[in-house]
Design a protein around this ligand. Structure first.
Ligand code: AMP
Ligand code: GLY
Length: 431
């Protein structure tokens, strides 16, 4: 089978890596990919958001199955374009992608179908938004309505910060059109976790649980990013919590979609705050998380392409989880997330490749003069397996220590939040 993966990041490298292990694959393509992806897949020189050109390519080339990584092509209607041409593609339609594409849509939907989430209000008018913030005070969370690549949500601990954020988003157009409308949300306290399921209409299959590290710096300080590291599974979601997430979040959402007449097929990602009252949805994404996909797919056993195809065709599939832990440390460029540097030569990749239980997924990398160089904010995902989380962490950081490029930055505390849970014994798993 000819299989196409759409996207350029670490998540797409992990998807392609997993798919490439399937005996069903005859040729694997990636649009556009990165230096790591081009080692395992043929480069298609079309931007992931040029959805018409991609459908045209897939049709001409006879691509049998396409998997979409990022949100932008989904929100731009890549699935609709492919389906018009009778091509099989795993991802939600443009309509269903609004769950991620518009925070206001997602919040209204959650309210209507009683999916637990933070209280909120939506504003198009700057003065009214300001008055509201003055009314409710801090802490409060200001979110841009549209897609903003992880930069659209600001947790504001002072009223002043909230007002400045409103001004940036609504007046100064800091996020372009995405921030003209804002959602202002109640601040939730708790522990974050990511719960991702594969959906086909009213069927769904949970993938392994995971936890992302959204802030740039150790101890959850600094600005929000796309994600600086992740591990799977997470003890933040124990058996009872998973039952509640399935019932209160996933099943209510799928039921709501059905009632709205919106067909959803693809990955549905619930970004959750596990609060003292239970799970609450911070955001929905209509795709796998990045970096969560990396440790998740490392732990999915078996032929993932077979699973996706069977599931796509409406058959039930089970996910068998590798009992080991997997942990991913993201290495980013100096200047990320604001203005990442590019073009720095990366050293140590060959040495790391030979390490046992270590897997590298490229993100912002490219090839220049025969060398692998940095080409974006998040550059590499250094991942490792371990029989314990501690072992996975040690192996991943050992590998990180062998990699070098000028200005590289990474968090040193990926996974540490889990140790607090494991030490408290809230999970039967060994730490
Ligand atoms: P979002 O893009 O909506 O997932 O928000 C990005 C990040 O901001 C989340 O991962 C949280 O760390 C934080 N955040 C968002 N909404 C809230 C909230 N209501 N309360 C506390 N933190 C939040
Ligand atoms: N890591 C968070 C996301 O993919 O949205």
């Amino acid at each position: 089978m000819k299989v196409l993966v759409v996207g350029n990041g670490g998540r797409e490298h992990a998807i392609a890596w997993k798919l490439s292990q399937s005996p069903l694959v005859s040729e694997l393509y990636v649009a556009k990919g990165n230096a790591g992806l081009w080692e395992i897949a043929k480069k298609v020189d079309i931007s992931p958001t040029d959805v018409e050109a991609l459908a045209e390519f897939a049709s001409k080339e006879g691509i049998d199955f396409t998997v979409v990584g990022p949100e932008a092509p989904l929100v731009a209607g890549i699935v609709d374009e492919f389906e018009k041409k009778g091509l099989r593609i795993f991802g939600p339609s443009k309509e269903a992608s609004q769950l991620e594409g518009s925070k206001a849509f997602a919040k209204k939907f959650m309210e209507k179908y009683e999916v637990p989430t933070a209280h909120y209000s939506v504003f198009d008018d700057f003065d009214r938004a300001m008055r509201y913030v003055k009314d409710v005070g801090a802490p409060v969370v200001v979110k841009a309505d549209g897609l903003a690549a992880g930069k659209g949500a600001v947790v504001c601990f002072s009223e002043d910060q909230a007002l400045k954020t409103l001004e940036n988003f609504m007046k100064k157009g800091a996020l372009g059109g995405a921030g003209r409308r804002v959602v202002i949300e109640e601040f939730l306290e708790g522990e974050e976790a990511s719960y991702i399921v594969m959906v086909n209409g009213d069927r769904y299959v949970p993938l392994p649980t995971s936890q992302d590290h959204k802030r740039l710096l150790d101890g959850d300080r600094g600005p929000n990013t796309g994600g600086m590291g992740a591990y799977s599974p997470t003890p933040v979601i124990d058996g009872e919590m998973e039952r509640r997430i399935r019932e209160e979040v996933i099943e209510r959402t799928l039921d709501g979609l059905k009632r709205e007449g919106i067909f959803f097929r693809g990955f549905l990602y619930a970004g959750l705050m596990i609060t003292s009252e239970g799970p609450k949805v911070l955001e929905f994404n209509v795709r796998l998380g990045d970096p969560e996909a990396q440790p998740i797919l490392m732990r999915v056993r078996g032929d993932f392409l077979r699973m996706l195809l069977d599931f796509y065709e409406g058959r039930d599939v089970g996910i068998e989880e590798d009992p080991r832990w997997a942990l991913d440390v993201v290495i980013a460029s100096r200047g990320y997330p604001e203005k990442p540097e590019k073009g720095k030569v990366i050293e140590g990749l060959d040495e790391v490749k030979s390490l046992r239980d270590v897997v590298i997924f490229h993100a912002g990398t490219t090839v220049k003069d025969g060398k692998v160089v940095t080409n974006g904010g998040r550059v590499l995902n250094v991942c490792a397996y371990g029989d314990t989380l501690k072992e996975a962490k040690e192996k991943a950081y050992e590998a990180v220590s062998k990699i070098h490029f000028e200005g590289m930055h990474y968090r040193k505390d990926i996974g540490d939040k889990a140790f607090r849970y494991l030490d408290r014994g809230s999970s039967s798993r060994r730490s």
